[in-house]
Design a protein around this ligand. Structure first.
Ligand code: LLP
Length: 417
């Protein structure tokens, strides 16, 4: 593919150069249509049984994006009080939110209890803490637990969240102790959940993990729901025509696993999944400006304003993001390519956006368009080097442009002192 933004009509006729001038670079740009389409896809992963998709908001918590999830009828999961507050502000009712925190204090658990949000506890000590708080308030007696299924998968060791070497979940051998704590505080266990990791394009590890969790679930009586977690991948190498997640094949292989469980268990609890990346990654790009082109010891560099403060994934996980070059508002054809390393303005040698990449010849003042930045982009951005966090805009269904988060100002930066 020469250009994803052209093939998908990402900007819907808006000139990226004009957007960059008006909102300044770096700039996050989202496509309402693409995000809605992905959310609609995850809403239908299971149709044979009761099912809800929970959008995992850590991927992107912009309130306007949360409202798209609300509109598409999917639910959400949150990891922190901040994410819970964002969801409530976006208009989500408590019963459409699932809280799946890790290592939180009394305050965050109390916030969930006070707002009637079902919470999953991911260690015996957190369950104990929750039980003590719930009992003191005479409320919040229904809860869930996160199981560590002993297996994990993902694009980097840093995103594998299941298995013996991770901090998440309650180990299978500790399950009997869960009941002691439930009894002590009069808690009622209504669900179990897991999340094995992130970004797989082969459905096999996830299907194995579903089977494994259902094996464990047979030991729990009276569950109202079972949540299999997120992790569905997206093609980050899309300009090289990498295949998309085989959703239809995945769905076809999932159903017999669920059928076998339901036959044994006696009834079908509500099934859930928690996709984050799949919902929003492909619906977001970053526009950045090339401020310098140079050669150092035979290596060519393009210096842009898209630093690791704006998108940390390449520096943190060696992640690959496709880059398109835009000149005078038009995508430069992928011909006459040569090797160049695209970097940011941050004072770190690891501040590399695209390492030794074959790209069309880059000139100063070109725009770079970084693809697949809708997930774990802005939500992981920082103010490192005292840089301002960028604005976020949405290209709406009708082609209009909406500012959905303003760019930070230097006053914002100073305001905490
Ligand atoms: N549920 C739980 C409990 C999670 O911890 C996560 C992600 C998800 C759902 C959503 O996973 P997804 O569908 O997005 O793969 N920052 C990393 C990804 C970290 C994912 C952490 N947990 C990255 O940029 O690749």
């Amino acid at each position: 593919m020469n250009s994803y933004i052209e093939a998908s009509d990402f900007f819907k006729g808006n000139d990226p150069e004009k957007l960059a001038e008006e909102y300044k670079t770096p700039l996050y740009v989202y496509s309402e249509d693409i995000i809605r389409e992905h959310m609609a896809t995850v809403a239908k992963v299971i149709t044979k049984y009761d099912y809800t998709a929970n959008y995992s908001v850590k991927a992107n918590t912009n309130i306007e994006i949360l409202k798209l999830a609300l509109g598409e009828g999917i639910n959400c999961d949150a990891m922190s009080e901040g994410e819970l507050r964002m969801l409530l502000k976006a208009g989500f009712p408590s019963e459409r939110i699932f809280f799946v925190p890790n290592n939180v204090g009394d305050e965050e658990l109390e916030f969930a209890i006070d707002n009637g949000i079902v919470t999953s506890l991911d260690s015996l000590s957190q369950l104990e803490k929750y039980g003590r708080l719930a009992a003191s308030k005479n409320a919040g007696y229904e809860c869930a637990v996160r199981i560590n299924p002993g297996v994990g998968a993902g694009h980097s060791e840093k995103v594998i969240t299941g298995g013996k070497k991770t901090k998440f979940g309650i180990a299978e051998e500790d399950i009997p102790k869960i009941y002691d704590i439930l009894d002590k505080y009069g808690l009622k266990l209504v669900g179990i959940n897991q999340h094995i990791g992130s970004q797989f394009l082969d459905p096999k590890p996830y299907l194995d993990a579903v089977e494994n969790l259902l094996r464990i679930a047979r030991g729990f009586k009276g569950l109202k729901f079972i949540d299999f977690g997120g992790g569905y991948g997206i093609p980050y190498h899309k300009l090289d025509d990498e295949a998309v997640y085989p959703m239809e094949d995945f769905k076809a292989r999932l159903i017999p696993i669920l059928d076998a469980f339901v036959a044994d268990y006696g009834y079908a609890p509500l099934f859930k999944s928690e996709p984050g990346r799949f919902c929003v990654a492909e619906g977001g790009v970053i526009l950045g400006r090339v401020h310098a082109v140079k050669e150092n010891a035979g290596r060519r560099y393009a210096g842009t304003d898209v630093g690791m403060n704006v998108l940390i994934r390449p520096a943190m996980y060696d992640s690959y993001h496709d880059v398109e070059i835009i000149r005078d508002g038009r995508v430069v054809l992928r011909e006459d390519m040569s090797e160049i390393t695209v970097t940011g303005p941050i004072c770190e040698s690891g501040d590399i956006l695209a390492k030794e990449r074959m790209l069309p010849k880059i000139q100063e003042d070109d725009l770079v368009c970084v693809l697949d930045a809708g997930a774990y982009g802005y939500s992981m951005a920082s103010a490192y080097n005292s840089r301002l966090r960028p604005a976020e805009i949405m290209i709406c269904h009708d082609g209009s442009v909406k500012l959905i988060r303003r760019r930070e100002t230097y006053e914002d930066l100073m305001s905490l002192f």
